[in-house]
Design a protein around this ligand. Sequence first.
Ligand SMILES: *[C@@H]1O[C@H](CO)[C@@H](O)[C@H](O)[C@H]1NC(C)=O
Ligand SMILES: *[C@@H]1O[C@H](CO)[C@@H](O)[C@H](O)[C@H]1NC(C)=O
Ligand SMILES: *[C@@H]1O[C@H](CO)[C@@H](O)[C@H](O)[C@H]1NC(C)=O
Length: 352
Amino acid sequence: MSVTANHKTLRPLLVTTIILGVFVAAFLMYIKPSTSMIYELAKSKVSTVQVIQPNSTVVLVWLWPFGKTFDLSVCSSHFKIEGCVITADRSLYSKSHGVIIHHHDISANLSNLPRTQRPPFQKWIWMNMESPTHSPKHPGIGNLFNLTLNYRRDADIALPYGSIIAAETKNFVPPTKDKLICWFVSNWNQDHERVKYYDELKNHVEIHAYGNAFGSHISDEDYFSTMGSCKFYLAFENSIHKDYMTEKLYNPLSVGTVPVVLGPPRKNYENFVPGNAFIHVDDFSSPKELAEYLLLLDQNMAIYLQYFEWRRHFEARKTYFWAELTCRACDYLKRQKVYQAFNSLDNWYWGQ
Ligand SMILES: *[C@@H]1O[C@H](CO)[C@@H](O)[C@H](O)[C@H]1NC(C)=O
Ligand SMILES: *[C@@H]1O[C@H](CO)[C@@H](O)[C@H](O)[C@H]1NC(C)=O
Ligand SMILES: *[C@@H]1O[C@H](CO)[C@@H](O)[C@H](O)[C@H]1NC(C)=O
């Protein structure tokens, strides 16, 4: 009797919990891609079978990045990198030349790292595209890896979130604009430098802010067209670190909107992007002064269009997550056969 009674009381609770769980999961999945919009390849329906030849370079994706699967068989078709077999099949561990381990998915006690003896030819690749501020520091990973795959220029496999590549465009015309300044934000945190800057800036000029914090969600389909309809986009990074320039920079550059950047110093941006392609908040002594300049450009099309001069000779290309990263890692392994160990990951990434 009591068992039945327990069941009766437990069932609705269980059902509620499951429904709630599904909602929370759906919500999380829903907000993650649409608010950051990193560049991903459409998953092909039929994955082509990858045959391991004697001359293949095998790269094992040990943990799906943030739990998300992606197409593993695109190195040749999309990036013209031949001879790579990218796999998530752990039974190929002992044959793998490289094992890619995504930092954020490593459990704090390191229990989900490979346990079996590492083959002598195998290199472990530490993959991380988040900044140090947003990367948990796990004790014990400092001298496990052979290679780093990161946005930083001094990583072994250095892959920024995008790049500016040579291309001849006779007459680039930015899309039609009906808004001056836009900002899409996913993580609202009062303490952020970017939020403080925004709070001050919006006192002097209207900003179209989108995101859950503003009660105006923007869908994936509208993401780039909305961005393109703004003269300026606030490319404010979530933390300030050398070389840390994300899709927040490359998305507006690729759609034809001028990024107003908040991040590392202008000189650092200029290592990656032409100096006349963006506006840096540090170019101005205050948010008020920046607002005045943006309002001035709103009235002066000729000066505004100078921010697209670079498009005569270049275009912005975004890096594909995660497929491209793993293919480039394979390409690196193919070309670099030397012994390499990296014994100071902690210090390199998180500093003293
Ligand atoms: C590997 O070998 C196969 C056949 O033996 C050949 O067709 C292919 O071009 C080779 N690939 C590379 C990357 O050398
Ligand atoms: C390590 O942490 C995971 C959860 O992150 C847990 O499931 C597992 O039991 C822990 N393993 C050990 C050996 O402590
Ligand atoms: C990779 O790094 C580990 C840890 O430092 C080292 O034991 C191993 O020999 C290295 N392997 C290669 C192929 O470089």
